[in-house]
Design a protein around this ligand. Structure first.
Ligand code: ADP
Length: 347
């Protein structure tokens, strides 16, 4: 049976994107099909370089084409991260997706998660920025190893640092270290807005991850009013009280009209137990992105300003982080393909 374009496209139409629940032809992911006898070369444009389903798609495409007589199938993957900002925002049009990371209270590892999500997304091949928006207690200068460094300035704009594969900025590098940061509401609003958009020259980015201050407050409100964010990630610990914290954070994002991309459980282990945040995600009808156990190495690498080491040392830590990164990238793609937020169960 000789192959032609029509047969190949019909076969590809039987391959579903396992996350988006539509076939890859309808999703316009198939590009540049070349047929040469029994050999098919094609390009598949994924919605994110961190696509968790790449291997499944590759296998399904190969099987579908072999079924119609192809002997050699060569799939080349590219990625085009789409996002709500491209078409709907005058602010930061060069940034495709803004992902906020929030928590109901401090000390749950929100900054740790934000940083490692950013580094993990960048390691998958995406262009990523990280903004330390925790203007009351910026911890990124330590975690990124920025201490003592000052950013370059072009005109009246700050150029973010490029470290660990990500473009990053923190208010912590603009103020004196160890000075308590006390902001009144409008000041917090202004400081955040200036650093986030007015005065920082972000390059083209697939994802800009924003570490928000804990709890509910002006900064979250400012961010959500400023531009259509793709969504928020909620970080909570495994204890039973995590449920209340996660609910509080979810309610806040819901009130602000921001979609919630999912919940991360951090510090799972002997000390804090297991499963509280996962249960919270279930009860709230939100995606559970994954859990990070208590890892001494994670704390040590954070204190040393070396997040890359989290992805090159302990394989268990690396796997936990990469799984959350893949799930998050998947949720961003799902939202950008037009999925609506599941009904939140926060009453
Ligand atoms: P938050 O931003 O919620 O206030 P941080 O991210 O600053 O919390 O984390 C608080 C402390 O806990 C930091 O010292 C950090 O290194 C440590 N930490 C966070 N997550 C873990 C974990 N899974 N295992 C061990 N230490 C962690």
């Amino acid at each position: 049976m000789s192959l032609d374009r029509e047969k190949v496209m019909a076969a590809l139409k039987t391959v579903q994107d396992p996350e988006l629940f539509k076939d890859i032809v309808t999703l316009n992911m198939v590009k540049d099909v070349k047929i040469d006898g029994a050999r098919v070369d094609l390009q598949i444009e994924l919605t994110t370089p961190a696509c968790p389903m790449k291997d499944v798609i590759q296998k399904d495409v190969t099987n579908a084409l072999k079924k119609i007589g192809a002997e050699t199938v060569n799939v080349n993957f590219t990625a085009n991260t789409k996002g709500p900002l491209q078409s709907r925002s005058d602010i930061l049009p060069q940034v495709k997706n803004v992902i906020a990371v929030g928590a109901g209270k401090g000390g749950v590892g929100k900054s740790t998660v934000a940083l490692n999500l950013a580094v993990g997304l960048a390691r998958s091949g995406a262009q990523v920025g990280l903004m330390d928006g925790d203007i009351y207690g910026p911890s990124m200068p330590t975690m990124l190893g920025l201490k003592g460094m000052s950013p370059n300035v072009r005109g009246n704009k700050i150029i973010p640092f490029f470290l660990h594969g990500i473009h990053c900025i923190s208010i912590g590098v603009l103020v004196e270290p160890e000075k308590p940061l006390i902001w009144r509401g409008p000041m917090a609003h202004g400081a955040f807005k200036q650093l986030f958009s007015d005065n920082t020259e972000w390059p083209d980015l697939d994802y800009l991850v924003v570490d928000l201050p804990p709890g509910t407050g002006d900064v979250s409100l400012t961010l959500c009013q400023l531009l259509p964010i793709t969504g928020a990630v909620i970080v909570a610990t495994p204890q039973q009280v995590a449920l209340d914290d996660a609910i509080r954070a979810a309610k806040m994002f819901q009130q602000l009209g921001a979609p919630i991309l999912g919940v991360v459980e951090n510090m799972r282990g002997d000390l804090f137990g297991s499963g509280g945040a996962e249960l919270a995600a279930q009860r709230l009808n939100l995606p559970f992105l994954g859990a990070i156990e208590q890892h001494r190495e994670l704390r040590i690498n954070s204190d040393a300003g070396d997040p890359t080491a989290n992805f090159t040392g302990d394989p268990k830590l690396r796997e936990e982080l990469e799984q959350i990164v893949r799930n998050l990238a998947g949720q961003v793609s799902v939202r950008n393909m037009g999925a609506t937020q599941p009904v939140l169960n926060v009453s």
